[in-house]
Design a protein around this ligand. Structure first.
Ligand code: ADP
Ligand code: MG
Length: 374
């Protein structure tokens, strides 16, 4: 692999969703060419990429084609086929490596890494049968949350257990020969995330710690500054740094955390730019995507500077129509639409960002401009 990619060379992206699209936009403004591998003909990234390889994610032959036309390869989602990732790493084209994928694809490995690194996680047990759930809940207690060990996103593949009667739901949820994690449900005061970028030489830059609000386990709103004290902010960044160094992260990476009684607990990690980092596009001098492109291309990272405050709201399928009808009337926000045709009610279709001098000032302007807040 060329240590340093120069404009005109090609970045290959595994996965063609909105994160790939926003990565591609950042890459394009720096003059790189972009190739994407995704099975869908008109996926969000294809609309801005130079080349599209239309194939399944686990198609090794297609991945080899991507490797042939790309000078470096990255991924926009964690469920990349590990055989593909290994092949690309061996070919010297995947500076992020396969390890962060292997860890973040599996909630058990993710928790183990956090614990090995000395970080707090909710109490948890790994279970496969309903009997094991019943035993585990005795030590974990209610409320608890059961999650599929792989493949979940936006709250999919999860069941919350508030009381013993909810066990009945778990019995039907559990499939044979599958593995689950059952975790104590943390009664957190805040959910925050640390989005950071690590270069190939080990330099780390952090974006401001973001405060996140979920609706039905789907990210709804991100805002900065997070309303946390300096001690919690320092813990959050220290957790991110420990994980980054332990996993030898390259590129933009995200750690989701719960804050309870001034302690942070690691929830999840994502080896890629993250929905809670979209505000960086307008609120920071360098976005999570541009910084990612710089890292994988072997360029120096930029020192991050930020507007004092920002709010990002996700647009789901059920919101888009209303927003589009009012586009001419509503002022003062940045619109991102991901170019997805099918607007399923809970599907992430785009987002809006409002930047300003303080959160109070932003909320006041949102009210004045009658911005839908859903
Ligand atoms: P994913 O984002 O992959 O769907 P998460 O594990 O991040 O899965 O869960 C989604 C959301 O559900 C979290 O952001 C959080 O709001 C809530 N949640 C998940 N696990 C817990 C937990 N152990 N305690 C409290 N809330 C939780
Ligand atoms: Mg999550």
């Amino acid at each position: 692999m060329a240590d340093r990619l120069i404009p005109g060379e090609t970045i290959g992206i595994l996965g063609g969703g909105q994160l790939g699209r926003m990565m591609a936009v950042a890459a394009k403004h720096m003059g790189y060419r972009v190739a994407v591998l995704d099975p869908k003909p008109d996926c969000p990234c294809t609309q801005v990429a130079d080349y599209h390889i239309e194939a399944a994610y686990d198609d090794l032959e297609a991945a080899r084609n991507l490797e042939n036309i790309s000078d470096v390869i990255t991924y926009e989602f964690e469920n990349v086929d590990l055989n593909v990732a290994d092949m690309l790493e061996k070919a010297g084209k995947l500076p992020q490596g396969a390890l962060p994928l292997e860890i973040t694809q599996n909630r058990q490995k993710e928790k183990q890494i956090a614990v090995e690194t000395g970080l707090n996680v909710p109490n948890y047990e790994i279970v496969q049968t309903f009997d094991q759930v019943k035993t585990a809940i005795q030590s974990i207690g209610y409320p608890a949350i059961l999650k599929t060990i792989t493949g979940g996103y936006d709250g999919k593949g999860q069941v919350k257990l508030n009381k013993e009667e909810d066990l009945a739901e778990v019995e039907s949820f559990i499939a044979p020969d599958s593995t689950y994690i059952i975790e104590a449900f943390i009664d957190f005061q805040k959910e925050v995330s640390v989005v950071f970028t690590r270069s190939q030489t080990g330099e780390i830059t952090y974006f401001p710690v973001a405060e996140n609000t979920h609706n039905n386990q789907i990210l709804h709103r991100t805002q900065i500054p997070a309303a946390i004290n300096d001690n919690v902010a320092a813990q959050a960044k220290a957790a991110a740094k420990l994980l980054a160094e332990h996993l030898q992260v390259v590129g933009t990476f995200t750690v989701e955390l719960f804050v309870k009684d001034d302690q942070v607990y690691v929830n999840e990690m994502a080896p890629r730019p993250h929905n809670s980092g979209h505000y960086t596009i307008e609120a920071c001098n360098v976005s999570q995507f541009e910084q990612h492109v710089r890292a994988i291309c072997g360029l120096p990272l930029l020192k991050v500077q930020s507007f004092p405050a920002a709010v990002m709201l996700n647009i789901l399928g059920k919101h888009r129509e209303e927003l589009f009808q009012n586009l001419a009337r509503i002022q003062d926000f940045h619109l991102h639409d991901y170019g997805k045709e099918e607007a399923r009610p809970e599907r992430k279709m785009g987002h809006i960002t409002i930047i300003g001098t303080s959160l109070d000032e932003i909320f006041q302007r949102m009210e004045e401009n009658q911005l839908p807040t859903w």
